[in-house]
Write a protein that binds this ligand. Structure first.
Ligand code: SF4
Ligand code: SF4
Length: 275
């Protein structure tokens, strides 16, 4: 059967979803991503380099995850669990390292647990069931270690919903102080890095296919830089966990990280200019 062109209504919706995401990155290093293998990608995100615009369908998948989270919360409460401190924010390392947990749940055992809700495709859900959360996602594991480390709680629980079947999976984690410290050191290393760290994967690696910073990372990749803030500016210099501006007319320490500045000059404009 011949493939029909995609109806305009579908194209319009994908484009709307893509626009909704925009191209603005976050202005801090996120605890949700600190377990990622590529420190260079984490550095780009922290420094406010513009990520590639996510295609509309991928944006819809992210949004669906938010809806699933609300659904899981609803059924947890209906089942009698008490959930407090929804979206509690953890702030560390002079405000440059941040995270938001889904809540603190009581009733899982005698102790309160950090609650993390995830949604997964059938394929990934089966991997969680078979191998456990950490074997599938080092990011998920690192995320709850940070939340436990900064909250003082020593237990966490994930509740995962299969998006295709509504099957549920749950797993608990204990706080591992030594590994939390290693994650914190990793965050310090990224915040203090003057230049982008080495690649986490070799050029052409499959894992780079999803990277929002692949254009910046490649020596000749197409990329855009839409925001003019300190992290991507050639005058910005980190020093022992603080950020300083070396532009002569400005005060020394940067206090408005992530905000627009007229004197911004792209850090890489010596050999590359964004378009
Ligand atoms: S393209 Fe690959 S190596 Fe480069 S920043 Fe992204 S994940 Fe890291
Ligand atoms: S010149 Fe502006 S953008 Fe650049 S580091 Fe200084 S304050 Fe930040």
């Amino acid at each position: 059967m011949a493939t029909l062109p995609q109806p305009q209504i579908i194209t319009d919706m994908y484009e709307a979803a893509s626009r909704a995401r925009g191209t603005k990155g976050r202005s801090y290093l996120g605890m949700s991503g600190i377990g990622g293998r590529c420190e260079r990608a984490l550095w780009y995100g922290f420094r406010g380099y513009t990520p590639s615009a996510l295609e509309g369908r991928a944006q819809m998948i992210f949004n669906l995850g938010d809806l699933v989270e609300q659904e899981v919360l609803k059924w947890l409460r209906a089942a009698g669990y008490r959930i407090a401190e929804q979206q509690r924010e953890f702030v560390a390392l002079n405000g440059y390292f941040r995270g938001h947990c889904d809540g603190v749940i009581e009733g899982a055992t005698k102790r309160p647990h950090i609650l993390e809700i995830k949604s997964a495709s059938s394929r990934r859900f089966k991997m969680f069931q078979k191998d456990g959360i950490r074997a599938v996602s080092e990011e998920y594991w690192a995320q709850v270690q940070c939340y436990m480390g900064y909250s003082g709680l020593d237990r966490a629980v994930w509740v995962v919903m299969n998006k295709d079947t509504c099957e549920l999976y749950s797993e608990r984690a204990h706080f591992a102080k030594g590994e939390f410290k290693a994650l914190e050191e990793k965050a310090v290393r990224i915040i203090n890095a003057r230049d982008r760290p080495p690649r986490g994967y070799p050029e052409g690696a499959r894992d780079c296919g999803w990277c929002a910073y692949a254009g910046h990372c490649a020596s000749d990749g197409p990329y855009v830089q839409t925001t003019q803030s300190c992290g991507s500016c050639c005058y910005c210099e980190p020093e022992r966990g603080r950020m300083f501006c070396r532009f002569p007319a400005h005060p020394n320490e940067i206090t408005r990280w992530g905000e627009f500045c007229l004197d911004w000059k792209f850090k890489q404009d010596i050999d590359r200019v964004p378009f």
